[in-house]
Design a protein around this ligand. Structure first.
Ligand code: DGY
Length: 311
């Protein structure tokens, strides 16, 4: 029997896979992430760890967990895990790809539609009582048919977003490693980010990239906040160079209420809900549990992550 620590409350059903296999499962009863000190105490006698993207898994945490032999991340992105450190200790790490692709692509499309058609601004106009009449020139936005979408990161979620956009009549360009990002940005009416956060993609969308975008373009980000230089983004929104931005992710999360980005115009920020559907979260929990089951049994995880294979 192994002891498994689950850092957050998850869809509970799939955790039965672990208890049915005879493992002791300790679910931390909180909706908030543990501090690093609390997490270190929790893993002191744990064999398995099921964590979310809000927990930093680094050398210090691993040093505090001498028995740890399997880590399952309840996410597809694993930038919160120091994979060199887990690899050096021979601890397998798994993630939950595929099952959140549709949910996240749907949300990217929702942000695209909301920003292209200025929904937050239009809805606020109604609820504040400012709306007085139908206006021929009121709230004009971008028509999707014929508009060009640049998908940065042509992985599963990027492609699923591109398919949705194509169904709306958009022309879709995919940009991957080695492609000319700035040239693609210059052609796009909408840019949607789907690359993992790595040293190479940190601040990929910086002041120079934003300057390369077409005036009046829209930025959508459902990947990781660290891909965007938020100071440069705020400036691009304030100057009107970007027409709007729709962000499901920021750096940090949440942004402090005083962060200047939050006062930029034409900005829609969501609380990282890309995978937040009942179906996706249930399946993510099942994949995480299956990864742990395999790791604890000394078998290859069904959805492994390695330092050289970021999602
Ligand atoms: C992920 O899985 O990486 C998402 O950001 C959260 O589900």
């Amino acid at each position: 029997m192994a002891k498994v620590v689950v850092t957050r409350q998850l869809p509970a059903g799939p955790l039965d896979l672990l208890t049915d296999a005879g493992h002791e499962v300790l679910v931390r009863e909180s909706t908030q992430p543990p501090s690093s000190t609390e997490l270190q105490a929790l893993v002191a006698d744990a064999d398995g760890l099921l964590c979310t993207l809000t927990e930093r898994i680094d050398g210090a945490l691993l040093n505090a967990a001498p028995r740890l032999r399997a880590i399952a991340v309840f996410a597809v992105g694993t930038d919160n895990v120091d994979l060199e450190a887990t690899g050096a200790r021979g601890i397998p790490v798994g993630n939950t790809p595929d099952v959140l692709t549709d949910a996240t692509a749907d949300l990217a499309m929702a942000l695209l539609l909301a920003t292209a058609r200025r929904l937050p601004e239009a809805a606020a106009n109604v609820t504040t009582g400012e709306w007085t009449t139908w206006e021929p020139l009121g709230f004009l936005g971008l028509e999707l048919r014929g508009a060009r979408l640049c998908v940065v990161g042509a992985g599963r979620i990027g492609r699923a977003t591109g398919e949705r956009a194509a169904a709306f009549g958009m022309q879709v360009d995919y940009v991957g490693r080695g492609d000319d990002l700035h040239a693609a940005l210059a052609r796009a009416d909408v840019v949607s980010l789907h690359a993992p956060l790595t040293d190479q993609t940190h601040h990929l969308i910086d002041a120079a990239a934003l300057a390369a975008t077409k005036r009046g373009a829209i930025l959508v980000n459902t990947s990781r906040g660290g891909l965007v230089d938020q100071v440069a983004l705020a400036e691009a929104l304030r100057s009107g160079h970007l027409a709007a931005a729709g962000l499901d992710v920021t750096d940090p999360e949440p942004l402090p209420a005083t962060d200047p980005l939050l006062t930029a115009p034409n900005l829609l920020v969501l609380p990282h809900i890309g995978s937040a559907t009942h179906a996706a979260r249930e399946r993510m929990a099942e994949r995480a549990a299956r990864n742990l089951l395999a790791g604890l049994a000394g078998e290859p995880m069904p959805w492994p992550v390695t330092a050289s294979r970021a999602p």
